[in-house]
Write a new protein. Structure first.
Length: 201
């Protein structure tokens, strides 16, 4: 197993691997919530034969157990890109940056630093990934690099209002349920809040 440990290294190795497979048709196999399908890229129908002699890139999975499709190991070369603490190693190349708030930022940096081409659709999806994993830029791992890449993605004319609206619009049932639960919690004298719920009705 080869382990890439720096941004320059992963950019160089990643670009070399991707260019070696540049003649192959790309496919996206991922988990996507039903309500996001109209806004974000749909899941491709990846057939078994598509994995033959293929470059497979697995993102955002610290452990092989978290990968939703076990055919990932049927390709000829596997790259792992992640930002979680590793739970076992896999892949011919593994690049893990635990200082990054999101895997989406790592991928965007990789594209920015190599001959790979960014477009509006990719920028939209990567921006959404950064927004969700950074808690709308609030979590502690959010850094100046996060905003640098967010700015870079915004240059592609993405509709930020549409992205936020789609991600954070809740169903009326969920809003009512939250309101009901919030109205029922109690606080102890030591300022510990707790909730006892015996029914979802």
């Amino acid at each position: 197993m080869k382990l890439a440990t720096g941004a320059v290294t992963i950019a160089a190795v990643g670009a070399a691997a991707l260019m070696a497979y540049s003649s192959m048709k790309p496919h996206a196999k991922h988990q996507l919530k039903k309500e996001f399908k109209d806004t974000f890229h749909h899941m491709d129908d990846v057939k078994d034969e598509d994995y033959h002699n293929a470059l497979v890139i697995v993102c955002d999975s610290g452990s092989e157990k978290l990968i939703s499709d076990d055919r990932y190991c049927n390709g000829s070369f596997l790259i792992k890109i992640d930002h979680h603490l590793p739970q076992g190693e896999y892949g011919d190349i593994s690049y893990v940056d635990t200082t990054s708030e999101s895997c989406a930022r790592i991928v965007a940096e990789l594209i920015k630093e190599t001959p790979l081409v960014m477009n509006k659709e990719a920028a939209k999806n990567l921006f959404a990934g950064i927004v969700t994993d950074s808690g709308r830029f609030r979590y502690s791992q959010t850094s100046s690099k996060t905003f640098d890449i967010a700015s870079y993605l915004m240059h592609y004319g993405i509709n930020i209002e549409q992205i936020y609206s789609k991600i954070y619009t809740e169903k009326l049932y969920n809003v009512k349920l939250k309101a009901k639960l919030i109205s029922k919690f109690k606080v102890t004298k030591n300022k510990v809040a707790y909730l006892v719920n015996t029914s979802w009705g």
